[in-house]
Design a protein around this ligand. Structure first.
Ligand SMILES: *Cc1c(COP(=O)(O)O)cnc(C)c1O
Length: 381
């Protein structure tokens, strides 16, 4: 599946993206969405312009978490009325950028932020549409560093403060309250977590109606659908059907309410691999290290969240002599390890390996640490 012949002259490490797989994934998403459902791609997963353009052309919206992402989304052709903007710390220039471009909504995370948006909107003679990001205190079965829906996390407005903040919106002339926003975490494989979020939203909607707050136009359930890092070839396209069905079955939308999703990882995760070259194989009394020319500066997820990426020797796949390696990078940090005690066909200097499922939170998190150059990106066409 990898065009290793084409890779021969290329400087490693680099990202290799399968845009045909992205096209297939986007087709599945569009097929699964009903008319009142909208998918906003979470730009933070991968903002490569080629990828953004393909997603914009498929008609998805964009979920942005910074002014830079809003600019990148606009440049790639996302319609402003399909851009949503979340983030616990929005700077004034970022809010102005969103206002000037007429984005669909600000997902607001606090009263101080709401007041600043109102002030800046009034200065520009505009009205900001806002959804309130509510912290639903729903845990997700995922790594602690990528859980976001618990009260201890910095995100969102506490449930008990919800009515008060909605009323505050009513007092501010330059904000318009248009909905509720949630996001409980990332790499979630348990559909019950999304069910729990749905049930919590049902409770909150009942509570709002009891308080006389009705006519909420939008419910945004965020993203978080996980991908199969263990066996990417068995599940190249995530199970969007079951994911969306979970909401269809459990979330009680009110008549006319629009449902918004914000998937990042599930859209682009499987389309990307980090291609690296084996520099050295070194052994000591207890270990055999496979040292790559790619490191945590190119793909930080293993070092940051203990994440697993399947490693595939793509030069030497027919060799049946399986040996055990610690696969490591060249960066001067002990955490610069991709995977430990990993069984892989015997590998030698010069072989190419693919770190699979690296399309999301890979290239975009690359850094210059150790004065290393950023990895290039290449595409299947
Ligand atoms: C990160 C993020 C997402 C996307 O998460 P995925 O796990 O990549 O789907 C969606 N919404 C918000 C608010 C986010 O911060």
């Amino acid at each position: 599946m990898f065009p290793t012949e084409r890779f021969k002259g290329l400087q490693t490490p680099f990202y290799y993206y399968d845009t045909a797989l992205l096209a297939e994934t986007l087709d599945v998403i569009r097929r699964e969405l009903d008319d009142h459902m909208h998918m906003h791609y979470a730009v933070k997963a991968n903002a490569n312009p080629v990828i953004l353009r393909q997603i914009a052309e498929a008609g998805l919206g964009a979920d942005c978490v910074s002014g830079g992402e809003i600019s990148a989304a606009l440049e790639a052709g996302f319609a402003p009325e399909r851009i949503v903007y979340a983030g616990v710390g929005k700077s004034d220039w970022e809010i102005r950028l969103g206002l000037e471009n007429g984005i669909f909504c600000f997902n607001v995370e606090s009263i101080p932020e709401l007041e600043v948006i109102n002030q800046l909107a009034s200065e520009l003679g505009r009205t900001a549409s806002v959804c309130l990001r509510i912290n639903p205190n729903v845990g997700a079965h995922t790594h602690a560093n990528i859980q976001t829906g618990l009260s201890e996390n910095k995100f969102g407005i506490d449930m008990q403060d919800m009515e008060g903040v909605i009323r505050r919106c009513g007092e501010l002339a330059h904000v318009k309250f248009i909905g509720l926003h949630f996001h409980i975490g990332s790499q979630i494989m348990e559909m019950d977590d999304f069910k729990a979020l749905s049930l919590r939203i049902n409770e909150l909607q009942d509570r709002l109606e009891a308080a006389g707050i009705t006519g909420i136009e939008n419910i945004n359930v965020g993203g978080g659908l996980g991908i199969d890092y263990k066996e990417p070839d068995e599940h190249p396209v995530p199970d969007f059907k079951t994911y969306i069905d979970t909401y269809r079955r459990n979330l009680k939308l009110r008549p006319g309410q629009q449902l918004h999703f914000e998937c990042g990882r599930a859209v682009v995760g499987q389309m990307g691999s980090l291609i690296a070259r084996v520099l050295y194989v070194k052994e000591n009394a207890i270990k055999r290290f496979c040292i790559l020319d790619a490191g945590m500066t190119d793909l930080i997820r293993p070092a940051l969240y203990d994440a697993y990426h399947k490693v595939q020797n793509i030069s030497n796949e027919c060799n049946n002599n399986i040996l055990v390696y610690d696969i490591v990078g060249p960066v001067c940090e002990s955490s610069d390890v991709f995977v430990k005690n990993y069984g892989m066909p015997e590998t030698k200097r010069g072989d190419l390996v693919a770190l699979r499922s690296a399309g999301a939170y890979g290239e975009i998190m690359a850094s210059h640490y150790n004065c290393r150059p950023l990895p290039q990106a290449y595409f299947d066409k």
